[in-house]
Design a protein around this ligand. Structure first.
Ligand SMILES: Nc1ncnc2c1ncn2[C@@H]1O[C@H](COP(=O)(O)OP(=O)(O)O)[C@@H](O)[C@H]1O
Ligand SMILES: [Mg+2]
Length: 384
């Protein structure tokens, strides 16, 4: 891996203490092991460490511990633990720094008798191969694909690098459905040459592009990641999509369209492989059909002619203005009063008393109706 002078200088570890024990200090902040291993691969296992210091830049730091291998000791007749991947760990830590702005290698890369570590950001979530991963509907699956493609395109390929080991276990999804690529043990810059894997290994590393097997050297290209992305989407599709096929014709068409993107990403010939922006656009189009219909209903709701705003009583008018807003005497009471005045067979004072009675009664009725139907309910107001 190429490394600039500036990058070399940036790797200044403020670390003291071994994360192999339960605590360590990083830049003056004490981190304690959560004791929970969140993942294990061929080369290392990862345990998050936590600090109680609220002012710390990071509440969590993940530590990747190198796995040991047993080998026969040349001096003793016993088998000893050895740690061969110091240099690889150092390079991987640097990739974390390049992509995520944080990654520290710890240990002596030339010493194979002591463990190597790296401090990396902790992604609180689950790997895409986790059994507990759930996919409630088709759109969630589509969303994960788009997020994964964007993460690789914007983070890795934008830096002219190739991840080179994209598989479900190396992608973490968190509760906000953000996707974080991890494990940069095979990562390198585009155009770097490396030896091909033996043909016999193709079954074991089925997530790798076919041109990476055979003899001689091969140049690293981002299209090799596209192949692996197609493979891992295919696995998720097989795991979840069966339940998404319904009687809904549009939904099934979208599924087929998504499956054709998956197939195009993993075309055997690298130059036929779909490019990531194109794949994102195509998946977005499936996704947008749903959003589009949702969006339209929102637009309809918004373009509905707005009700004319009721004028609020001027503040200075106070109670009087509010009173003026109250319902007037119901209009029906006016003809009733007229009939009483002109037709009722009784003396004028009695007729006048009846009219006043009707007016008072209708006013009381109006106030009652207003209180009952026109006041906002307290539950409509949510305290801030
Ligand atoms: N920074 C991290 N935050 C959370 N989980 C991680 C992190 N890095 C790795 N993991 C989990 O640990 C597993 C092993 O780490 P990985 O770097 O892939 O090791 P290996 O190089 O041995 O494959 C991963 O598959 C992933 O599930
Ligand atoms: Mg891994």
């Amino acid at each position: 891996m190429r490394q600039t002078e500036g990058e070399k200088q940036a790797v200044t570890s403020g670390f003291s203490g071994r994360p192999g024990k339960n605590t360590f200090s990083y830049n003056g902040v004490i981190y304690t092991s959560t004791g929970k291993e969140v993942g294990r691969g061929t080369f290392g296992h990862v345990i998050p460490f936590k600090t109680e210091d609220k002012n710390a830049m990071r509440q969590f730091i993940a530590v990747k511990f190198e796995n040991s291998k047993f080998e026969n000791s040349p001096y003793k007749k016993t088998r000893v633990r050895i740690y061969k991947f110091g240099r690889d760990f150092k390079e991987e830590a640097q990739w974390y720094k390049t992509f995520y702005g944080f990654g520290e290698f710890l240990g002596d890369e030339n010493n194979i008798t002591t463990r190597h570590y790296m401090l990396i950001p902790y992604f609180e979530g689950i790997a895409l191969d986790d059994k507990s991963l759930s996919m409630p509907d088709f759109d969630s699956l589509l969303f994960i694909f788009i997020k994964t493609l964007s993460a690789i395109h914007d983070m890795v390929h934008a830096k002219k690098a190739v991840h080179a080991d994209l598989k479900l276990s190396n992608l973490i999804v968190d509760s906000t459905r953000s996707v974080f690529p991890v494990d940069f043990g095979a990562t390198d810059y585009e155009g770097t040459s490396r030896g091909r894997n033996a043909i016999t290994e193709r079954k074991v590393f089925s997530h790798l592009a076919p041109e990476l097997f055979g003899e001689g050297e091969v140049e690293m290209k981002t299209t090799q990641d596209n192949y692996s992305l197609g493979k891992l989407f295919e696995k998720l599709d097989k795991r979840f999509s069966a339940s998404f096929f319904t009687d809904d014709k549009t939904q099934n068409e979208k599924l087929k369209r998504m499956q054709s993107v998956i197939a195009k990403l993993q075309a055997e010939n690298p130059s036929d492989r779909m490019r990531i922006p194109e794949a994102i656009a195509e998946l977005n189009a499936c996704f947008c059909k749903v959003l589009h219909s949702l969006g339209q209903s929102t637009i309809t709701a918004q373009t509905k002619k707005p009700e004319p705003e009721k004028k609020q009583p001027a503040k200075v008018a106070g109670r009087a203005a509010i009173q003026a807003q109250k319902m007037p005497v119901p209009p029906l009471s006016v003809p009733v009063m007229a009939i009483v005045f002109f037709v009722a067979p009784c003396s004028l004072p009695i007729r006048l008393c009846m009219i006043v009675g009707i007016a008072v009664a209708s006013k009381l009725l109006a106030n009652h109706l207003e209180e009952k139907y026109c006041q906002p309910k307290v539950s409509q107001f949510k305290p801030r």
